[in-house]
Design a protein. Structure first.
Length: 103
């Protein structure tokens, strides 16, 4: 889960879902609300896989400013944004489970 808040006089709060990893007998799920945390984790360390499965992807976020520049933010960060700026969240991917089937 990723939590986003913005605003001065009128505060806005949003929880953004993330993915879950695979397990014994089931595939991972994309954009499934599996848990909730107050910090954006897995921004530097990839989520681990189990039983030989590969790691998931790290999450990242950035602000695309109306003037054309882009500011990459940390997992827990603060910066001024404008009404026309766009906040982009890429949630971490869950790790895999088991060895992949050969091609």
């Amino acid at each position: 889960m990723n939590n986003v808040t913005f605003g001065d006089d009128h505060r806005y709060y949003e929880t953004v879902s993330g993915a879950s990893g695979a397990g014994d007998g089931f595939d991972g799920a994309s954009i499934a609300q599996t848990h909730m945390t107050r910090l954006a984790g897995h921004r530097r360390v990839r989520p681990y896989g189990t039983a030989g499965g590969g790691p998931g992807g790290v999450g990242r976020q950035r602000v695309g400013h109306a003037a054309g520049s882009v500011t990459t933010t940390r997992g827990c960060d603060s910066l001024p944004v404008g009404a026309e700026d766009v906040f982009v969240v890429e949630t971490p991917g869950g790790g895999g489970h088991g060895h992949p089937d050969p091609p």
